[in-house]
Ligand binder design. Structure first.
Ligand SMILES: Cc1cc2nc3c(=O)[nH]c(=O)nc-3n(C[C@H](O)[C@H](O)[C@H](O)COP(=O)(O)OP(=O)(O)OC[C@H]3O[C@@H](n4cnc5c(N)ncnc54)[C@H](O)[C@@H]3O)c2cc1C
Length: 240
């Protein structure tokens, strides 16, 4: 793990109240898809050092020449400063770290379960896998309240359309609040949902990322359907 000072190249909205931040990739910086970095603001927004530092999974894939992180823009000191940083401003990153990375046995499919912004590590994994033409089957189960909240949904739909190894099932849990149409599944990911999604997969490895409540519920549901803990990997995103 190392520390680099890099620059903010740009930012864009990727869903409602959700921004992606594009950073220069420092020379020599390498990471595995699914890993995270600490983003450290050079000007501390609060009184404690902790409020200047947040952990984010890297959305971009190693083959890309920039680093992208994405987050819900809640009203916290860190995010206020990050959201207002001028383009070109310096920003420190530490990392990479984390082991939510794709298993090596290409014969075993991966099932990624993302709650909201928990999609970030899986974006990097899927982008890199498609770029490399990996033969592995990748199944993505993506749960959001509404389509407006689902970051990178259209990119994932596009990746699925062009890659037989990628399968996406997105579900919306609060369509009553949405101003967009949705013809896909509704409701939370439950046991029946998981069984349908994995029915044709031989010995899949499951990955879960999102708010702690979702991660805990998914681990329990997977255990209930007979999946061994050894085949479940997860990352909890606190603060939502
Ligand atoms: C490996 C990893 C990858 C992550 N990737 C992303 C990502 O890609 N995008 C993203 O938006 N977020 C990601 N997160 C979560 C992110 O680091 C922040 O916690 C989140 O964005 C909330 O920040 P906030 O400023 O809105 O709230 P904060 O004010 O930072 O937190 C809100 C509440 O959550 C509590 N909390 C925060 N962090 C922790 C913690 N680690 N353990 C226990 N309690 C905690 C705080 O005490 C506070 O009560 C990741 C976290 C981890 C560990």
């Amino acid at each position: 793990m190392s520390t680099h000072v890099t620059r903010l190249q740009g930012r864009e909205a990727v869903a409602r109240q959700t921004m992606a931040f594009h950073l220069d990739k420092p020379t020599g910086f390498s990471f595995k898809p699914g890993q995270a970095i600490d983003v450290v603001l050079l000007e501390t927004p609060g009184t404690d050092a902790q409020s200047a530092r947040h952990t984010f999974s890297i959305v971009s894939a190693p083959f890309e020449n920039e680093l992208i992180v994405a987050t819900r823009m809640r009203d916290t000191a860190f995010k206020r400063v990050l959201g207002a940083l001028p383009i070109g401003a310096g920003i420190a990153i530490e990392g990479p770290f984390g082991s939510l990375t794709l298993h090596n046995d290409r014969a075993r499919p991966a099932v990624f379960i993302a709650g909201g912004i928990g999609i970030t590590p899986f974006m990097s994994i899927v982008r890199q896998a498609v770029h490399d033409g990996l033969p592995q089957r990748l199944v993505l189960l993506y749960s959001n309240r509404r389509p407006e909240d689902a970051a990178y949904l259209s990119e994932l739909q596009e990746l699925e359309r062009h890659n037989p190894n990628v399968r996406l099932t997105a579900t919306m849990t609060l369509m009553g609040d949405s101003s967009q149409g949705w013809s896909g599944p509704r409701g939370q990911i439950d046991e029946a949902f998981l069984q349908r999604a994995a029915a044709d997969l031989a010995q899949p490895v499951f990955y879960v990322a999102g708010p702690p409540g979702l991660v805990e519920a998914m681990r329990q549901t997977l255990n209930d359907t007979g999946v061994n803990d050894d085949d479940i990997r997860s990352e909890e995103f606190y603060g939502y």
